[in-house]
Design a protein around this ligand. Structure first.
Ligand code: SAM
Length: 285
């Protein structure tokens, strides 16, 4: 019988957050796959866990996943831990879980600490609808594409960032998402640790703050989503600055027939097709 892959969440800064169920699972597993075995050894020793370990990290995540899947097929129960937090969230665990899912291997998750959810709950921003983007891409073109997509995001946005990249990321957020300076951001650092801090400010003020000091510790950035009402009003204002005839023409030029073009223009402007038809008949701008 095939074994099971068990995703074990580990503390993001406070050993007291290690759950008894996870300790038991790690003690009973046949093998622990860990992102950094030296780092995890300290944690495992602290909880008297002496299960054999193997490394599973960014640089071997594909080849090693195949090896682990084979061991799972042979009946080994494998526990996966990463440097901190919930495996498969912005770490190589994602690749292993995907491979197990494709190969029909059972995966179970023992929940626990996760930096993005901890930060969201502390942010003081809307928590009902949110989008987790992890780390922004380092490649400039890809990064700009993501930022462009996020500009009008109405859900709360969660990002991860390392201290040495924080200033650059805040500058990019200011350039692309600041909305004239007023967009709120909560910078959540050192979560669950002694010096846990949540800085609730605006993107512009966050940039100013870190002109004067160097960021310390790991950060989660939680950014306010755009107001749905503002976005709607802005979109309608944009269309209203264009004549109805030009609006319909714009869609016709994309290859749509007149009827479809009128339908789309009506939808954009929040009016009926009949209104568009009447305006075109009267040649109303
Ligand atoms: N899998 C992890 C989780 O469940 O949160 C995340 C792994 S990711 C490689 C590491 C990032 O998580 C850090 O760069 C930081 O953005 C965030 N992070 C982890 N621990 C944190 C903490 N104690 N305080 C703030 N952010 C933290």
């Amino acid at each position: 019988m095939a074994g099971i892959l068990q995703l074990c969440a580990t503390p993001i800064g406070n050993l007291g957050d290690m759950s008894p169920r996870i300790i038991e699972c790690l003690q009973n597993a046949d093998l622990i796959a860990a992102e950094d075995t030296r780092n995890s050894l300290k944690l495992l020793n602290h909880f008297e866990i002496h299960t054999p370990m193997t490394s599973y990290h960014e640089h071997n995540k594909v080849e090693k996943a195949a090896v682990l899947v084979q061991q799972l097929r042979e009946g080994k129960n494998i526990a996966l831990i990463t440097d901190a937090g919930t495996p498969a969230i912005s770490d190589p665990g994602e690749v292993l879980v995907k491979m197990c899912a494709d190969e029909g291997i059972t995966v179970t998750s023992l929940p626990g600490p996760c930096a993005c959810i901890t930060a969201l709950t502390l942010s003081g921003l809307d928590t009902r609808r949110f989008v987790f983007e992890g780390f922004l891409p380092r490649d400039k073109k890809e990064r700009n594409e993501v930022l462009k997509r996020l500009e009008n995001e109405t859900r709360t946005i969660i990002l991860y960032e390392a201290p040495h990249h924080l200033k650059g990321t805040l500058a990019d957020l200011k350039e692309n998402l600041a909305l004239g300076g007023g967009r709120k951001i909560s910078l959540c650092r050192e979560l669950t640790k002694k010096f846990e801090e949540v800085i609730r400010t605006t993107i512009d003020n966050a940039v100013i703050k870190y002109e004067e000091e160097d960021p310390k510790g790991e950060y989660v950035l939680v950014i306010e989503g755009r107001s749905v009402e503002d976005l709607k009003a802005e979109t309608i204002a944009k269309w209203e600055s264009m004549s109805i005839a030009d609006h319909v023409k714009m869609y016709e030029e994309t290859g749509l027939d007149r009827k479809e073009a009128m339908k789309k223009a009506a939808k954009d402007r929040g009016v009926s097709k009949r209104d568009i038809y009447a305006a075109l008949e009267k040649d109303v701008p």
